[in-house]
Each structure stands twice: as C-alpha cells, then as structure tokens.
Write a protein that binds this ligand. Structure first.
Ligand code: GTP
Ligand code: MG
Length: 471
C-alpha cells in the first residue's frame, strides 16, 4: 500500500530492479554474507520527506542520490530530456524519485518513493512522501516507517504561505509525523535560489520564526529535536557541502549531509519480542513479506507467527535493503521469505511476530484521542465512524463509548460525564473494528500503539492505545 518499487543505485529509468534477486545471485551472496554483516554495522536511519505539495521533496531526494553517487550524469541527462518532452523542465531531479508515468506527467508524487544512500557513518533509507492532500494515507504509511523527518518548506513567494495556511499540508504533515513517532525533524527551507528569495536572510528568518511556535504546539521540543537549514534542492546548494559565502554570506550552520550525519539514532532493543508489521507481500520461491522491524531481531531459520491469524511460519531468508543477511535487528526495512503460508493468506497490516510473546489481536481497545478538526457540523460522539490508520493497518472503526474527557491543560480527567466533544478536545474512548487487528499499548510499543483517524480524506484525530482487553 502506498509503496512503489525502490529506487536503486544506477538503475535505468523506468527499469526497476526485481524486488528480490534470483536464485543464482542469492547463492553467490551467501559467501558474501559475512562481509555484508560488517557493512550493516554502520548505523541505519529511516528518513521521511514530508511537506506541502511542490515544496521540493522529490527534487531534494533526487539531488541527494545524485550527490551521493547513486545516480549518474547520464541518467540525469535522460531525465532532463524526458521532463522537457513532458513540458516539465524543472522536474528532472524529481524524476529520480517519481518513477511512475502518472507521477512524471502530473509532476506529483503519488506513492511513497524509497531509496538508499550512505554517508561515512550512516546508511539512510529515504522515504519520499507525497504532499498532495489526496494522498495523505500514503504519507501516513511512509511516516509510520520513519525515525526522523525532513520537513521541506518552499521559501518561494506565496508558496510558504499556502503550505502553512489552515488546510495546507505543512501543518497536517507535522502533526501526523509527531503522532506517528517521527522523533526529530530537519526543517529545510528550500528554493532559496528562487528569484523571489535569492538567499534572503529576512525570508529565511520569517519562515523559521513562523514555524517555531507551530512546531512547539505540535509537540516538538524545538531546541532539542528540530533543526532548520536553508538549501536549494534543485541546484544542490548547502546539501553535500556548505553553501558558498559568495551565494549566501550569512549562513554559518551545517549543510544537509552534515546535519543528517549528526542526528542521533533512537535507542532500540534488539532483544525485545519480534514485531514486523507487513506492508506488502508477493510470491517469489515461497511467500515474501516486506516491512520495518519495530522490535526485536529476526534470523534465518526462526519460527514465527503471522498475526492475527496465528499462522506458524519459518523464516527461509532475510533481505536487508538489497542484500541477503543472516539476521537483522530493529529499525531495518526487510524482505522476509517465509515457508508455511500462502501469499493469499496475508494482508498488509498483519504482523510477523514472535511465537513466545505474540502481538495481541483485538477487535476493540481503549484509546486516548486528540480531536484535531472535525468535518463541518460533525460532533464526536458514540457511533462516530472513521478510518483507523495504525502502523500498516487501514480499517474502518467505530467509537462505541466516550469514557472521559481530559483537561488539556492539567492533563487530568474531568469529572463530568462526557457525551460529545468538539475540536481540540482530548478524550478517552472505546474503539471497535470489524476485523481483528494487531495493536499494542502505546506505553509498551509506541510505534504499534499510535494511530490516526480519518474521515472523507481528512485527519480528524490522533490517538494512542491506552488499554487492551485481557486475552
Ligand atoms: P509532491 O510530490 O507533489 O508533493 O511535490 P514535491 O515536494 O516532491 O516537489 P517536486 O520535487 O516535485 O518539485 C516541485 C517543483 O518545485 C518542481 O518544478 C521543482 O523544479 C521545483 N523545485 C524544487 N526544488 C527547488 C529549488 O530548490 N529551487 C527552485 N527554484 N525550484 C525547485
Ligand atoms: Mg514529490
């Protein structure tokens, strides 16, 4: 869901590599497995690119791949020609990430693009989310796999303003990212080269000063977890190397690569019970499932359960990025080949889970919700229906009971009985779904216990699972 083929190093336009390599290659790679385990010792970070439509997320992502040597000059020249033929001259860098025809014609990302690059110290997985409001569910799926976010903001006259207005995706993406567990944000003020900006310090300061209170109110600790920097994604300025003083005299801070290199990796426990929400699956010499490990480790030969249907499976092979590995730990994006289950018996949203401590499967749970913005005239009360997004699950749900309202200031439960709430309220309620889903308490596994509720294409609430029925 919401994921297209990965962008691999030096691949030709429109020619995605097979998702899993064929048998011969695998046999060869076995001998190299040891060496690959060594490379995997480099720390790994999942970075989601978020922000309003046309802010320059795909362009910046494409430029990163070009500057880090993942895409060569010839490919870029081809894209330049293709973009010109489509009357989208300035979109050629975005074509590195936007690989679908629809995306290239319209100049808009639809599905989350995925790519890899490395610096001296870190292996990065880039997740390039769409900015258009129609594709927020895809953005949610991208952000839920990320450790950190790069929030791309256009400094071009009028564009920052549109993105930041009510209903602009700059706001919605920040709020979603925070709820979905994106702990840190690099805010890149992009298009600094644009003639309406021309590396103006005033414009940069204006954007930083307007964004800061909003980021604070969305729950980010601006001093510790947020960093601003100016770039031109299109020209590649202040990205791999610091911007030249002749272009921007006032910037004394880091460039994008330096900032990415300095971000601390969140602590993860490789010994926790294994949890990998399944994003996608396909047939290839057995059943292959894709997803990000949220807890624990997995090794070739392990016995696991596919939840919620409790199917016993065996791990035949593990692939990390493009490489076959023996074991992989939390935070990694994997493809896992399984025996003991048919591809048809798996749905995205299922979770590959440890046998000893399987993930709970429930049709009801208690949650604390924060109501963001209800549709006009709507009231939030028992009987309210919405679409629940939790890790890779998308499922219709109903609020069956409002339990208590929380005072947002004191964070304490309010005494009077609550029958309905309005925008901005924090409320504890019981949520029901038709089909069994796998969730955890937020306090145990934050990534598997935080969710969003959406109605008619709008995010109306964010929440966390506070209690599960006793099994
Ligand atoms: P969606 O995927 O639709 O959300 O857009 P996006 O954020 O990925 O934007 P994209 O990279 O497709 O770029 C949109 C337009 O902005 C293109 O015309 C780019 O050439 C232009 N653009 C992106 N970065 C820069 C920049 O640094 N400077 C200038 N001048 N234009 C830029
Ligand atoms: Mg894009």
């Amino acid at each position: 869901m919401g994921m297209k083929d990965e962008v691999h190093g030096r691949s030709q336009p429109g020619q995605a590599e097979p998702k899993v390599k064929n048998k011969e290659v695998v046999a060869l790679e076995d001998a190299e497995a040891q060496e690959e385990m060594e490379t995997n010792k480099k720390r790994h970070l999942n970075v989601v690119f978020i922000g309003h439509v046309d802010a320059g997320k795909s362009t910046t992502g494409g430029q990163i791949l070009f500057l880090s040597g993942q895409v060569d000059d010839r490919t870029i020249q081809k894209y330049e020609k293709e973009a010109k033929d489509k009357s989208r001259e300035s979109w050629y860098m975005a074509y590195v990430m936007d690989t679908n025809e629809e995306e290239r014609v319209k100049g808009k990302t639809v599905e989350v693009g995925r790519a890899h690059f490395e610096t001296e110290t870190t292996r990065f997985t880039i997740l390039d989310a769409p900015g258009h409001k129609s594709y927020v569910p895809n953005m949610i799926s991208g952000a839920s796999q990320a450790d950190i976010g790069v929030l791309v903001i256009s400094a071009r006259k009028g564009e920052f303003e549109t993105g930041y207005e009510r209903g602009g995706q700059t706001r919605e993406h920040v709020q979603l990212a925070k709820t979905l567990g994106v702990a840190k944000l690099l805010v890149v003020v992009n298009k600094m080269d644009d003639p309406t900006v021309n590396w103006s310090k005033e414009r940069y300061d204006e954007i930083e000063s307007k964004m800061t209170p909003f980021l604070k109110s969305s729950g980010y600790n601006v001093k510790k977890d947020v960093q601003f920097l100016p770039i031109s994604g299109l020209l590649g300025s202040n990205m791999k190397t610091r911007v030249d003083k002749s272009i921007c005299s006032w910037w004394n801070g880091p460039c994008l690569f330096e900032a990415l290199d300095c971000i601390e990796v969140p602590l993860r426990d490789p010994k926790g019970p294994f949890r990998m929400p399944i994003l996608d699956k396909f047939k290839d010499m057995g059943t292959v499932v894709m997803g990000k490990v949220e807890s624990g480790s997995v090794c070739e030969g392990d016995s696991l359960l596919v939840m919620p249907n409790k199917a016993q499976v065996k791990v035949v092979a593990v692939y990390c990025d493009e490489n076959k590995v023996r074991c992989a730990g939390p935070g990694e994006n994997l493809r896992v080949r399984l025996s003991g289950i048919e591809e048809e018996d798996i749905l995205s949203g299922f979770v590959l889970s440890s046998v000893v401590k399987p993930i709970p499967a429930v049709t009801e749970f208690t949650a604390q919700l924060q109501i963001l913005e209800l549709l006009e005239n709507a009231i939030f009360t028992a009987g309210y229906k919405a679409v629940l997004h939790v890790h890779s699950v998308v499922e219709e749900c109903e609020i069956v009971e409002l339990l208590q309202q929380i005072d947002p200031k004191t964070r304490k439960p309010m005494k009077k009985k609550v029958l309905f709430v309005k925008n901005g309220a924090v409320v504890v309620c019981r949520v029901q779904v038709n089909n069994s889903i796998c969730v955890e308490k937020f306090s145990d596994f934050p990534q598997l216990g935080r969710f969003t509720l959406r109605t008619e294409g709008k995010t109306i609430a964010v929440g966390k699972v506070t209690d599960l029925p006793v099994a």
